[in-house]
Design a protein around this ligand. Structure first.
Ligand code: GLA
Length: 767
């Protein structure tokens, strides 16, 4: 790992254990090109890869056809308007409206210190932006300074690598050294031009994650062609609809094999992320803040910081990609003290009661829950103002004494007596038109003059770009947290931004609003964690509309989706797990039939699916069938026994129900490969589909392992083959080598009925 500059050939080598990125300073004028990114190569004079020192690589000496160069070159920071007609990484506009620019090399700086990233609110408040940090690992960092000579703008491109990671993190800062304001119309965090040979000279495919409310992060795969394929958010959040992520891969790339070039943005607001092929089959892949609803009037002396992007290259398929993302985020992004800790098993009252609860009901749930091994009660929406449905009171964060006589303090005291921890829900960024806050401060809602703001879930968004609004919001949350013993906060955000307008911004500053909104969220959550460092924060946004790396800088877990149907969750979680560690994935067992889908599903299947995330319950424990209640202690015990494998281990995808329709399966394998957990969920009890051979992954071929069925009826009453019931040991091998388990596999029975699950605890036999 390291960063090296070959002065003679003007080449930068950014190296991780298994990858190299090589950047070249080209020509007398100093254009920055990306010469190579892929598997590790030597520190050779790779200049030959871009056509050596011949035309068209020497635009300065080819005045007649300068455009040929820009049209073709693999530019690291394309600015557009001077001959590169592909998607630019930056677009600047001078006061007279000219929008061409050209950045050339000035200098570089290599260091071993990864600096924190900061940006500024409109009132000048400095906010730490989410970004990777070195932590316990060594880092190597490169800053390349480029200049736009005509406009007097400098761009600082930053690259960092860590000793224990194959990812490269990039960001860009733009500084105005001129004496006029220059408008930034577009500034992406990363541009990567790749030759088709990176994909075996075949048309590459693009993987993105898309969805909607209650259907987040489903896998999309499509070939890319000439022209761009893009995903984006303009909703002021990373969104249910798309992820700030894409992966370019070879046609045959699967979970275990093949080339992947992935990118993910550490940002929770608007973004664009895409790829496309040009006339020369060069593939341009890019990611950054969306240019929609964005302009930044960069005043003299000001700087603008774009968020950090993570680039991942692997030849080990999507599992290999996931390992790099998961390890990077666990070691270099998530700061919470809970990261490596067993999280309290919680019960949340949302699906149990919705708005219809009081202290008595919550305590009834809590006392029952305690008896069955659950450790924390989370009081969800409806405890404040006069909120008996979702039409009022957001902003009025004072307790509803009719529902909770004696207030939050009494509830938390009673919970303490029972021996339960206490968590609470907030939606701090919002304001209901029917609220005392809105009646007092209608101008605190984001809105555009002369326009009645669009209502979504009958609410508006607070203009947290203004410091007085942010301070109010902060105090509302902090005051409640100071008033009682509260261990956990679920921070929700249930609508998107629209009608963009802020009284705190004037004229050309208005284009800053979306960016500053996201920064405002970061400022609030950063401040909260400073005052309450022991708080377990779970982010949420109408389920998983703000499930992104930016929020993981603040909270170690995020509510994955409002869809708690275990069958639906298989696909939602499979998409989420491609990028984010399982330890971050809020997953709960809910009641059957499921409230959203009406699907009926056995309790053990619901448990198995939730056990691959941060485990908990989302149901009225006093009202579920006795046999379900009786099964809770064992589920909780499994969580305590194997939770560390899920939290800390390597994740492997074995089968996707979205591919094969019949079943879904995945594994977590401890880093030392001594223990593993396989979860297999049958989705269709189809006869005549015969045996299901599962090849395990990630084990040590030389070790011998025992396989133990956990969390199911080991007598075999659920197993059925040709009408006969079998015990699990008919299918299970005895103690077998990792080599056989991975190469030959194990036989899974066709289970009786529509849905079934099998969790196998896999443990190394010591002798
Ligand atoms: C969102 C969350 C839910 C619940 C409701 C409350 O939809 O995702 O879990 O908290 O809000 O209104």
């Amino acid at each position: 790992m390291g960063i090296f500059y070959d002065e003679e050939n003007r080449l930068f080598f950014i190296e991780t254990a298994n990858t190299t990125m090589c950047l070249a300073v080209v020509d007398e004028e100093g254009f920055l090109n990306n010469v190579y990114y892929g598997s590790r190569v030597g520190r050779d004079d790779l200049f030959y890869l871009i056509g050596g020192k011949e035309n068209p690589s020497v635009p300065s000496r080819n005045d007649r056809d300068r455009g040929c160069y820009f049209d073709k070159a693999r530019l690291e920071f394309p600015s557009g308007g001077t001959g590169d007609y592909r998607t630019p990484a930056i677009t600047l506009r001078d006061p007279d409206g000219h929008d061409s620019s050209l950045f050339t090399y000035v200098s570089y700086r290599i260091s071993e210190t990864k600096e924190d990233m900061y940006a500024f609110m409109a009132d000048g408040r400095k906010v730490r932006m989410p970004a990777t940090f070195a932590g316990d690992s060594k880092a190597a960092c490169l800053e390349i300074e480029l200049e736009e000579k005509v406009l007097g703008i400098r761009a600082f491109l930053s690259y960092s690598v860590f000793e224990d990671s194959d990812a490269i993190v990039k960001s860009v800062k733009v500084v105005n050294n001129s004496d006029t304001t220059v408008m930034i119309d577009r500034l992406l965090s990363s541009n990567l031009d790749l030759d088709l040979s990176a994909f075996g000279n075949h048309q590459p495919e693009l993987i993105t994650l898309s969805g909607s409310w209650a259907r987040e992060r489903r896998l999309d795969r499509r070939p890319i062609s000439r022209g761009n394929s893009e995903v984006y958010s303009t909703r002021g959040e990373s969104s249910h609809q798309f992820q700030p992520f894409s992966a370019l891969c070879e046609k045959n790339t699967d979970d275990s094999h093949g080339t992947v070039y992935a990118q993910n943005l550490i940002w929770s607001g608007n973004f664009v992320c895409g790829a496309g092929m040009d006339q020369f089959e060069t593939v341009r892949s890019y990611i950054g803040i969306s240019p929609e609803h964005f302009t930044w009037d960069l005043k003299p002396g000001e700087s603008f910081q774009a968020p950090e992007a993570v680039l991942v290259f692997t030849e080990e398929g999507f599992d290999g990609m996931s390992h790099i993302f998961h390890d990077l985020y666990r070691s270099h992004l998530i700061r919470s003290p809970y990261l490596h800790m067993e999280r309290p098993v919680l019960i949340n009252n949302w699906e149990a009661t919705y708005f219809n609860f009081n202290t008595e009901k919550l305590l009834a749930i809590a006392s029952d829950a305690k008896k069955y091994g659950i450790e924390m009660l989370v009081m969800d929406d409806g405890w404040f103002g006069k909120r008996d449905d979702d039409n009022s009171s957001l902003g009025d964060w004072h307790v509803n004494e009719k529902k909770l006589p004696g207030g939050i303090k009494r509830l938390s005291d009673e919970l303490e007596k029972i021996g339960m921890k206490f968590g609470i829900w907030f939606e701090p960024e919002m304001i209901s038109p029917d609220s005392d806050l809105y009646r007092a401060h209608p101008d605190w809602a984001i809105s555009s003059p002369g326009r009645v703001p669009t209502r979504i879930r009958n609410q508006y968004v607070l203009d947290i770009t203004r410091s007085e609004v942010r301070d109010y919001v902060y105090e509302c949350v902090a005051k409640i947290l100071r008033s009682a013993d509260i261990s956990y906060v679920k921070w929700d955000m249930n609508r998107q931004l629209a009608d963009l307008g802020s009284l705190g911004l004037k004229g050309s500053e208005m284009g800053r609003l979306s960016y500053l909104y996201t920064l405002g969220v970061y400022e609030l959550q950063g401040r909260l964690l400073e005052e309450f460092p022991d708080l377990l924060l779970e982010n949420c946004s109408g389920g998983g509309a703000r499930y992104d790396a930016g929020m993981l800088f603040f909270s170690p877990q995020i509510w994955c989706s409002d869809d708690t149907d275990a069958y639906e969750r298989l696909s939602i979680q499979a998409g989420t797990e491609m990028i984010y560690p399982l330890s971050t994935m809020g997953a709960h067992v809910s009641a059957s039939p499921n409230h959203i889908s009406g699907r009926v599903m056995p309790f053990d299947v619901r448990g198995a699916v939730a056990l691959s995330g941060t485990f908990g319950y989302e149901l009225d424990i006093t009202a579920i069938p006795d046999e379900e209640r009786a099964a809770i202690p064992e589920q909780v015990a499994i969580y305590h026994r194997v939770g560390d494998i899920v939290r800390e281990g390597d994740y492997y995808r074995i089968a996707r129900v979205s591919d094969i329709g019949l079943y879904d399966a995945w594994m977590s394998v401890a880093k030392d490969k001594k223990r593993a957990l396989l979860t297999y969920v049958q989705c269709k009890g189809s006869p005549q589909t015969g045996k299901r051979l599962i090849k395990l992954k990630g084990l040590d071929p030389e070790k011998r392992y025992d396989l133990k069925l956990i969390g199911a009826d080991t007598e075999g009453s659920r197993f059925c083959s040709h009408g006969k019931k079998h015990a699990w040991n008919v299918f299970a091998p005895g103690c077998v080598s990792g080599r056989s388990l991975m190469n030959a596999g194990i036989l899974m029975p066709v289970l009786w009925g529509e849905y079934g699950q099998m969790m196998l605890e896999i443990t190394e036999r010591e002798n």
